[in-house]
Design a protein around this ligand. Structure first.
Ligand code: SF4
Ligand code: SF4
Length: 101
């Protein structure tokens, strides 16, 4: 039987999220982010949860849709300005349930 290849977007779309809308498991300090030269989070997050409208705008972060991969923490602390002041996993049964590994 032929195996159908799915695009990354399709695979991610199969995941299930139990959102904790009120509590963000990741917190950034926008004042620290404003002084971050490279802002690697903007390109490193696979879910594109760090955004900036233009180079003069503040960095925004939306925790909903987080894949809990930890990439942002690594790039922020190794190549950014350590503006992520809290990084953890969603509490309880909240967060992502992967369906395709
Ligand atoms: S943990 Fe991964 S998916 Fe979540 S915000 Fe960080 S880089 Fe993005
Ligand atoms: S890499 Fe860290 S310090 Fe730099 S903009 Fe992103 S979250 Fe802020």
């Amino acid at each position: 039987m032929p195996v159908k290849k799915l695009r990354v977007e399709d695979l991610l779309g199969c995941n299930k999220f139990n959102a904790d809308e009120k509590n963000s498991h990741i917190v950034i300090d926008r004042a620290i982010c404003a002084k971050c030269m490279n802002k690697p989070c903007l390109v490193a997050c696979p879910a594109v949860l760090y955004t900036q409208e233009d180079e003069n705008s503040e960095v925004k972060f939306d925790h909903l849709g987080c894949l809990e991969c930890g990439t942002c923490r690594i790039v922020c602390h190794n190549h950014g300005n350590k503006g992520i002041v809290k990084w953890g996993y969603p509490v309880g049964a909240c967060g992502i349930s992967y369906r395709y590994g």
